[in-house]
Design a protein around this ligand. Structure first.
Ligand code: ADA
Length: 574
């Protein structure tokens, strides 16, 4: 399953998870192999197979689907790392770039019976890959997230977006339903939306041959509870397609009623100041690579919640929808960002790949109440004129696709940054105490940055905006314990995090903190030369989720902050 719940009650679908035929293709062939001799688990990373630990190349996957009657099929992949080309019965039906966004491809008018599905997967670097590059995290290979096949008719619901808002003290839900017509004739269809027993007829739409039409409607005066980390109240919203009075298709998603806004230097959730405290988390695990099963994601979120954290930044790419579903269910706030970490803008494929990845992230993840901030372009060029223009372009894509959430990018350009006027929230990646100086440099560095930002003559365009410390921390090897707290020891890392959180959580100017990072993560070979163990060792846990001393220092601060928040709220309620 691509979600933690069923997205359809009427539409027939089947999971494609399981053993697929598998063949690596070191020559990077363009045609499916004659021999298949092997099988592999889907979803999984091929790097977890002995002998393929560092394989960077092409591999082929094959499975079969059985149709009980002639129909169209919609193949939905949660993520393929990182370039997928999909074949049905020997014909290419489409392709997709980037491991971190879902995609759906349609094969039309398939006859009853068995049909072959083949996927060519390529995780090589090079001019065709601008987002997956040698980097300080690993680019895995394979069909790394769940996949499924849906059996659809000529007209079907392709997308359902639901936007909650509060009007004169009452909750309402604006719903947009995108319907596609695969037939060669124009047809009319009725669209109905429903939420917890309340039904709204969105009227009849005329679908041109091969066209896509949007139906909209707003459910008003809804008797619902607000969503927040303390009360993650979720509601099912359904869209139903009717022909001649009969429901022929459906799509179900979940919504949480909450609003996110920036007012002055504050981030607001449902009109109240929101303080974010948590971690940067890569989809990276010693036992699963980037293909974490649901239980491992749940364990991460249980650990994160146990620390007193309420926030996760999906560094540096869109996450598995099931992880976001769990954040919706458990009540964690999420900064989700499109796929970029210090990438050059002059790669030939960059412009289109970055725009597509950003738009796909919002399109597929729009309804998650847990997502409170959209991010992009981590530590990219926000100094040159061209770099600032590119930030404007990508931030505008975020705003064009979703006007309901604040946007930001995590910057390491400090006072030289020239794109801060473009964001709703200023986000700083600062590493005092690691890339220079000791823990005693944390407080002065924050004072220096805030003095610059808030100065009367500050021309950054960001003077009065909220500030998030989007990355900070230092490295330690799990098990490296020593009395003298030298760098790479757990003792030093704990001291640095202790001081960093004392300073950042104690600042009225900082509305959020995201520690770099939750757990150690594997990095790619090119970065490996700079990273001991070819891992980024700044995790509070190691890659097996074994806690370092710093985890306990962090938990002390986060739990104290959570307790103080509860006491403040209790006092306000009295
Ligand atoms: C940057 C970057 C992270 C990581 C970090 C580090 O802030 O955004 O991905 O590389 O530095 O560990 O130095």
């Amino acid at each position: 399953m691509l979600r933690t719940f069923a997205e359809h009650e009427l539409r027939e679908s089947e999971s494609l998870d399981g053993r697929w035929a598998f063949a690596i293709d070191p020559d990077g062939g363009e045609q499916p192999p004659e021999e298949w001799g092997d099988t592999i688990q889907v979803p999984s990373c091929w790097e977890l197979r002995p002998g393929l630990e560092t394989y960077r190349g092409v591999a082929w996957y094959r499975t079969e689907i059985e149709l009980e009657e002639a129909c169209h099929v919609r193949l939905v992949f949660g993520g393929v790392a990182h370039h997928a080309q999909v074949w049905v019965d020997g014909e290419v039906i489409g392709d997709h770039y980037d491991a971190y966004t879902p995609f759906a491809l349609i094969a039309t008018r398939l006859a009853e019976g068995a049909h072959e599905v083949v996927v060519r997967v390529d995780n090589r670097f090079g001019p065709a890959s601008a987002l997956h590059i040698e980097n300080d995290y690993y680019s895995w290979g394979g069909i790394t997230r769940p996949a499924m096949v849906e059996f659809i008719g000529d007209t079907f619901i392709e997308r359902l977006h639901a936007t909650p808002s509060r009007v004169r003290g009452e909750w309402q839900l604006a719903v947009s339903v995108q319907v596609r017509n695969l037939s060669a004739e124009a047809v009319e269809r009725d669209v109905v939306i429903a939420l917890e027993g309340m039904v709204l007829d969105c009227g009849t739409i005329s679908l041109p041959a091969g066209g896509v039409v949007e139906a909209t409607g707003t459910l008003k005066r809804l008797p619902v509870e607000a969503w927040s980390a303390d009360n993650p109240a979720l509601y099912q919203v359904g869209a139903f397609l009717r022909a001649d009075g009969s429901v022929i298709d459906d799509m179900i998603d979940r919504v949480g009623f909450r609003t996110v806004a920036v007012r002055g230097k504050k981030l607001l959730l449902n009109g109240e100041p929101l303080a974010l405290r948590g971690f940067n988390r890569h989809e990276s695990h010693a036992c699963f690579g980037s293909s974490l099963p649901l239980q491992a994601m749940a364990q991460d979120l249980e650990l994160i919640r146990s620390s007193g954290a309420n926030f996760v930044r999906t560094c540096h790419y869109p996450n598995d929808q099931r992880f976001l579903d769990l954040c919706d269910e458990l009540g964690l706030y999420v900064w989700e960002e499109s796929h970029a970490r210090d990438i050059p803008f002059d790669q030939p494929a960059y412009a289109e790949q970055m725009a597509t990845n950003t738009a796909e992230m919002v399109a597929w993840h729009y309804n998650h109440p847990a997502i409170v901030i959209w991010g992009c372009l981590n530590e990219c060029d926000s100094i040159s004129d061209a770099g600032v223009a590119e930030h404007a372009r990508i931030l505008q894509i975020l705003r064009d696709h979703d006007g309901s959430r604040p946007v930001s990018f995590a910057s390491n350009k400090q006072v030289d940054d020239r794109a801060l006027h473009l964001v709703d929230i200023v986000s700083w990646n600062l590493y005092p105490g690691w890339y220079g100086g000791g823990p005693e440099t944390v407080a002065p560095k924050l004072t220096e940055m805030l003095s610059w930002l808030r100065a009367r003559d500050n021309r950054s365009g960001a003077k009065g905006k909220p500030v998030i410390m989007s990355e900070f921390g230092g490295g330690a090897f799990y098990g490296c314990r020593q009395t003298e707290a030298a760098k790479w020891s757990e003792e030093y890392q704990a001291q640095l995090l202790d001081e960093s959180l004392r300073v950042y959580l104690g600042s009225a100017d900082v509305v959020g903190v995201a520690i770099w990072q939750y757990a150690d993560c594997r990095v790619t070979a090119g970065w490996g030369v700079q990273r001991p163990r070819t891992h980024n060792n700044k995790g509070m846990l190691d890659e097996y989720r074994r806690p370092k001393l710093a985890w306990h220092a962090v938990t002390k601060h986060f739990q104290a902050a959570a307790m103080a928040e509860l006491q403040t709220r209790a006092a306000a309620d009295r």
